[in-house]
Structure formats: C-alpha cells, structure tokens
Design a protein around this ligand. Structure first.
Ligand code: NG6
Ligand code: CA
Length: 494
C-alpha cells in the first residue's frame, strides 16, 4: 500500500520550504532521567534546552515497554501487538514488510530525502541472513534512502555497523558468522572466560565477547568491523552530520536512534565518572551531549529555525538490565527515580514502562517554553505528518492525526491508547490507566521491575496518583465498566 499524494503543483513548489524533521529516540531513557522533567540527580542541559526552545509533553507515550514493538509502532503507525511484535534477536528478519506504509515513505513521497542512523532493532533480511553480502531488505527497502545502523541492540551480536545493507569495514578475508543457538569452536565466551571481561554480566549476556564485553548470541570473524562501545555515540553523530550536510538544500527526514542508556553502558572516557551515578548516569550525559552537538550543528549551518526535532525514548527505564554496572545500587544511594513519579519501568504495564520524555522543537512555528498535558503517542507521528504535509493516509492505521497537539495549538490529544509490555496489554484513557488481569510474576526477577501483573483488575488515576498506589477498580464501578468496554473495543485484533 503506497501513500496517495495530494500535493499538486503549488504544494510541490512549497516543498523546498517544508521543515526538516528529525526524530531522536533514546534507548531506555526514563521520564525521571531528564532534569527538566524533575531529575535532581542527573543534569541534562542539552535536552532541557531543546525542550525550552519548544514544547514539552507531560503525557507523552511510547506504545510499548520494550524497543522492537515501540519502534515498530513509531515507524508503521500500527499497534505492534496486532502482529505480535516482540523483542528481536540480532539475526531476525525484518518485521516491516516492503509494502507497508511507513513514516520514511510518507516523507519520501512528500519530496524529502530520508535517513536512519543508530539503533534499528526491527530485523534485517529475509531469514538466514548472510552478513558478508548485501543484506536485503534493510531500512533502505522500507523507505530510507540512507541508513547507518546498529542492527539490533548494543548487547546483541553481531557487533557491527551496517551501512545501506552492507557491514561497514568488513574484511572479506575474515567473514562473519552468527548463531543464536551455539558457540563457534574455540571462541571465548563470557561464561567460560570471565578473565577476558571488562564488564561482567548480571543475568544472561554471557556469550560471545566483543570489546571486552560479553553479549547475547555467538559470533565469529569480522574483526575489522567490530564496534567499540566507547566510540559508538560519535560514530553515529558523524553519520548524522554527514547525512544532514548532504541534504541541507532539500527537506530531509532523519530517524536518529541513540544507543544510550541501554546496556552495556560503556560511554566515551570523556563522560566516565562525570555523573557521579556510574556508567548509566554517564551514558545519559553522553546522550545529552549528542543532542547538544546535533542542535549546535544545525545552528552552525543555518537549519535550526525550520527543523522540527522530536525527542523521546523507546521505552521506560531499567537499572539492572544484565550487567554489573552498579546502576541499581547508585540509584538507591542517590535516591534517583529513573521513571520519575511513575511506577515500574521497562517491561512494565505500569506507567513507567511507556510514559517517556517527549519534546518537540520547531523554532519557526512553536513558541519557546510551552508545556502540554495532551495525551500524545509516538505512533501518531505518521498520521500527524501526513496531515502537515498534505499527504493522504492509507486506511486502517492505528496512527491518529494530533498535529495540533504536537504543535501546541490544541490541548487535546488522544482519548485512548493501548499500551503493551511483552505481549500484555493495558489501556490509557484520559487520566486513567486500566490494567486487566494478567498471569505472570509481579516482579521481573532479573531486573526487579514491577511488571503490573495481578489477578485483579487495576485502575489508577495516574495524574493524581502517578505512583499508582490506589487501585480504584472496585471504587469506581461505573467508570471501570466504561473503560473495560473501551478496552475490548480498542484492544481487539482487527
Ligand atoms: C532482554 C535482555 C535485555 C535487553 C532487552 C531488550 C536478557 C536477560 N535481557 O531480553 O538485556 O537486551 O531484551 O531491550 O537477555 S530493548 O530496549 O531493546 O527492548
Ligand atoms: Ca529500549
């Protein structure tokens, strides 16, 4: 299904004046990790400055409490649970089909050049991927003219960058092999060779060792192509700048997936020790620096005024996500609350799972210093930009047009949003969060995150009770019936 362009001659003429659009998506950054949203322990001056130059949302959401589904929704405008999208291993096929509408296809149709730099995690190839040949499909087959990506996550093999479907810096005489089942003979692992590690796993993450860090999955070869975690931020930033430089004469759309503060947290030495909060805090400062570098670059080439920057995070925060980096201990010691006032975090149906920082800056059109309490979701960027650019949307998407809320012209966003955490669903409706009964543990034993599972219905007014302590399900019988009904309507698979 392609987008139908409504753009006539006049619109085409105006295309040169269309704003550039950059979506920056942090990885596992919490609402409470940003100083403007209330963090007293971590200072994020560049994110704060970006927010102050435009509008910051206090009810901004990812659809999901983990990366793959959340990114799927952002790029396709569809709820990920319709297709049972879940966290992907590093050798999984691309889950967005080549015929599906996507955000970059929308921009491309409106005359933009499109790029993806950074974390991808939506799969690559058709299965049985050969890392030594051009990989297809890649981001380039679903709407991006240019891509420079980390295929999955920084804790999964293969630890290589992929540029337009080709592993960057690969020596053909040292081919890459990858397995998510068994190790390759003679290759060290975190489990068998802990003496080779500079960072030790706390759960999982004990397979192949790359750059002194053991990962999920096994790989061999590709030595010249292996990334160094410490330089990942600047590698991506350089690609971001060169994409912008190459496209500065025409409107561009850039999807920039930051690698921080996802595990393993190994920021550049410039940031080590700077936060006083260990590697996780230092990684947040490094992410903040990336944003400062990007905004300064846009200024320096005169593009800041007519560039829309959307900043958010793919899911809520987690402290111990698999490496012994003291994140939990230091957060406890400094009373750092990475999810801010909200309960739970990554993997959770409580609001900490999906209630994320959400900032939009567009100096030309949005007055500085705005704040909005409209319920907004990343999934709605697709329909909203279709409206802004005068492109017709295909039918059947879950994405809704809330451009007026995004630009601060309306206080009204969504009325309802289905949120998801590892396949389980909940419903946001207005100020309320309703979690239906779910089997499973109350707490993730490894990450210690409260997951939101309970035998009973839960209903919280998360505006008045953000820490979700007062279950109103029994007290508010009538409202509960209404929200249950709404849940059956919205959470039904089509
Ligand atoms: C989990 C990993 C976690 C992280 C997550 C994906 C283990 C024990 N845990 O399965 O470390 O990689 O997947 O994170 O392997 S996400 O932000 O990309 O969704
Ligand atoms: Ca994530």
């Amino acid at each position: 299904m392609a987008f139908l362009s409504l753009a006539g001659g006049q619109a085409k003429e105006n295309q040169r004046n269309n704003p550039n659009v950059i979506v920056i998506l942090a990885d596992d950054l919490g609402f409470g990790d940003v100083s403007l949203y209330g963090s007293k322990t971590l200072q994020t001056p560049c994110i704060d400055a970006l927010a102050k130059s435009g509008i910051r949302f206090h009810q901004g959401f990812a659809t999901s409490a983990t990366s793959t589904p959340s990114r799927y929704a952002l790029l396709t405008g569809m709820y990920p649970w319709r297709e049972e999208v879940n966290i992907l291993p590093g050798d999984a096929p691309l889950i967005i089909t080549e015929t599906q509408p996507t955000l970059p296809k929308l921009f491309r149709q409106a005359g933009y050049s499109t790029g993806a730099v950074g974390k991808w995690h939506l799969g690559l190839g058709n299965g049985n991927i050969n890392w030594n040949e051009t990989i297809k499909p890649s981001p380039n087959e679903i709407g991006f003219d240019y891509s420079y990506i980390m295929g999955a996550t920084n804790d999964r093999v293969p630890c290589v960058y992929v540029e337009n479907g080709k592993v960057d810096n690969l020596d053909p005489n040292d081919p890459i092999s990858v397995s998510y089942k068994s190790n390759f003979e003679g290759e060290p692992t975190g489990e068998k060779n802990p003496e080779l590690l500079k960072m030790h796993p706390s759960h999982g993450h004990n397979m192949s060792i790359v750059n002194g860090i053991s990962r999920i999955g096994f790989m061999k070869g590709g030595k010249s192509a292996l990334w160094k975690d410490e330089t990942m931020a600047s590698v991506f930033l350089d690609k971001v700048k060169s994409f912008i430089a190459a496209n500065k004469e025409r409107p561009f759309f850039l999807y920039y997936g930051l690698n921080q503060p996802h595990v393993p947290r190994a920021p550049h030495s410039d940031f080590v020790g700077k936060s006083g909060m260990g590697p996780r805090g230092d990684a947040v400062l490094e992410a903040d620096w990336c944003i400062g570098q990007l905004t300064a670059y846009l200024q320096s080439i005169g593009l800041a005024d007519n560039t829309i920057i959307i900043f958010s995070s793919d899911n809520g925060p987690v402290l111990d996500d698999g490496y012994q980096d003291q994140a939990q201990e230091l957060a406890d010691e400094h009373n750092h609350k990475p999810a801010g006032p909200y309960r739970g975090g990554k993997y959770s149906l409580f609001e900490g799972g999906t209630h994320v920082p959400f900032i939009i800056s567009w100096p030309k059109e949005i007055a500085a210093g705005k704040r909005s309490d409209a319920l907004v979701c990343q999934m709605d960027l697709l329909a909203s930009f279709a409206s802004l650019l005068g492109e017709e949307l295909p039918e059947g998407l879950d994405s809704e047009n809330h451009m007026n809320a995004f630009l601060g012209k309306s206080k009204k966003g969504r009325t309802t949003l289905v949120t998801e955490a590892t396949g389980r669903l909940a419903l946001k409706e207005g100020d309320y969060l309703m979690i239906p009964p779910h089997n499973g543990p109350a707490i993730n034993p490894s990450t210690k995150t409260e997951l939101g599972n309970d035998e009973e219905y839960q209903l919280y007014n998360t505006r008045k009770d953000p820490s979700e302590q007062h279950n109103l399900a029994l007290k508010k019988g009538k409202l509960m019936e209404k929200i249950k009904h709404s849940f059956t309507q919205h959470a039904a698979k089509k």
